[in-house]
Design a protein around this ligand. Sequence first.
Ligand SMILES: [Fe+2]
Length: 341
Amino acid sequence: MGRFWRSGVAAVLAAVLGAGAALADGVVNVYSSRHYKYDDQLFSEFTAETGIEVKLLQGSGPELLARMQAESANSPADVFITVDAGMLWRAEEAGLFQPIRSSVLEERIPESLRHPDGLWFGFSKRARVLIVDPAQIDPALVQRYEDLTRPELKGKVCVRSSSAIYNLSLLGSIIANDGAEAAEAWAKGVVANMGRPPEGGDIEQIRAVAVGQCAVAIANTYYYVRLLTSNDADEVAAMKKLQVVFPNQGDRGTHVNVSGAGVVAHAPNRDNAVKLLEFLASDEAQVYFAQGNNEYPVVEGVAPTAAVVALGQFKEDPINVAQLGENQPEAQKIFDRAGWK
Ligand SMILES: [Fe+2]
């Protein structure tokens, strides 16, 4: 009945105002740097439930951010979805988000996984872990991020470039926990132990461990799960020989980050944007949002994929992810001083 009435009202408005004006009530424009297999299904489900059409524009985080800045107040963007708190912070710094108060979002999403003023919200969670080859080193040697600087690991550490936002956020978490001086000492220690200059993404680091070029890599959990569940039997066999170590279980916990979204400052369809964010926090959406990329749902009680569950439970660093972004400029300076390419 509810949907009938909404359609009815839309039809009357269309007749009175012309299709364009009426359509604007039934649309939400999404700029997204996520492109995973269940995302389309997720948006279709939202449309089926609300009657609101989702218009999706995909691109990389930096591309979409630049586009929104160029479009300024004329941007059609209502919602910006991106990965990593660091990228959310860049959008926040550019003034691209507006604060949203929503009891649904505030109740369902843990406080540490959303912006304190509601500028953005985390909808799935990823852990940055160590991938270890136990045939090369005893995993007991690498139980903390700090262990990566141990002299025994000289020439054995593989990690991607310091410009990668995942590493900027990880270092941001070390700055927050241990201070800038300790963070710099850590970065220098990791550089001293690198098995090769940084090249490629997290996937390449994991493969480098599998082929013995390094003994330990830093990577987000979903990259490992992606390789572990691939259709390539050799790849799967190689992954099964490696171990996932969730670092810092005896102290602050493993560094986690989010895929997140916020309502754009000049959103022409603000209410629809809020509805979409609230939908993304629902149990059913959480399942799909996390599954598409083998991430962890942020809402308590929603299970990740079986392959992710099999990695085991872990203690996570409780720092608010918003702080990772705030520490980003300092993290970049530290990486540069440490010579982390
Ligand atoms: Fe990624």
